[in-house]
Ligand binder design. Structure first.
Ligand code: 8X3
Length: 246
């Protein structure tokens, strides 16, 4: 029986790259996202990917999605993102609420919906896409850092709670990734501001680099749990220590 991998937020960036990569590894991939047109394009290009509409902020959508997944060996909780760069003092409550709902509660909804199938598979893998923003904080990143720290806490808790059950719990924490859309969304569509994030940085990570890391962790033997993989470009030694060529 071919194993099934579910990837959320699969219409672009790390999610799309992960869907492609896991399909290449031989999984049946169920790719979920709100933008069905993009998902269907991806599914049309890559054999082994099925497109299924998914809004991780909606319990009804998550339930319908999970009901359409017969069995599940891998769940990649990737959907999420950053909104805004305001200080804590100046931040919008709506932005914080939205980031918490997508990154944290979205992952929680998906985990609750598919965990029984991961357990039933006898060799399940749950991957949580956090960020280096889940490990350290930085100015202007308050809401995103808070949400990512919450996901880090969730994945650590889950690993404790699931010990003894046949499910690996893996956290992938990328640093600077030049992925389609991430910075543009954060800067509310300002492409110039988004481009400045990566200005002069030789070779930020790509979505494919992160997908490669995910695929490596997922395809280890069942007894090997990579608890957390922190992955940054060589040019980023730490959150604030970035080499730029000017
Ligand atoms: C993205 C990494 O540095 O923009 O998750 O917070 S950072």
């Amino acid at each position: 029986m071919t194993k099934t991998a579910v990837v959320t937020g699969a219409s672009s960036g790390i999610g799309a790259a992960t869907a492609r990569r896991l399909a290449a590894e031989g999984y049946d991939v169920v790719a979920g996202a709100r933008r069905l047109d993009r998902l269907e394009k991806l599914a049309g290009e890559v054999p082994g990917i099925r497109a299924l509409e998914l809004d991780v902020t909606s319990g009804a959508s998550v339930d319908a999605f999970a009901a359409a997944v017969e069995h599940c060996e891998v769940l990649v909780n990737n959907a999420g993102g950053a909104l805004g760069t305001e200080t804590v003092a100046g931040a919008s409550l709506d932005d914080w609420q939205s980031m918490y709902d997508t990154n944290v509660l979205g992952s929680l909804r998906m985990t609750q919906a598919l965990l029984p199938k991961l357990v039933d598979s006898g060799d399940g893998v749950l991957v949580m896409l956090t960020s280096t923003a889940g490990l350290v904080s930085y100015e202007g990143g308050g809401g995103y850092c808070a949400a990512k720290h919450a996901q880090t806490a969730m994945v650590e808790t889950l690993r404790l709670e699931l010990v003894g059950q046949p499910v690996r719990v893996i956290e992938i924490a990328p640093g600077m990734v030049r992925s389609e859309g991430f910075a543009v969304t954060r800067f509310r569509g300002d492409a110039d501001a988004a481009a400045r994030v990566y200005a002069g940085v030789p070779d930020p990570l790509t979505s494919e680099d992160v997908a490669d890391a995910i695929a490596w962790c997922v395809t280890r033997p069942a007894h090997v749990n990579v608890d957390r993989m922190v992955i940054r470009p060589r040019a980023q030694a730490a959150q604030h220590k970035v080499h730029r060529i000017t």
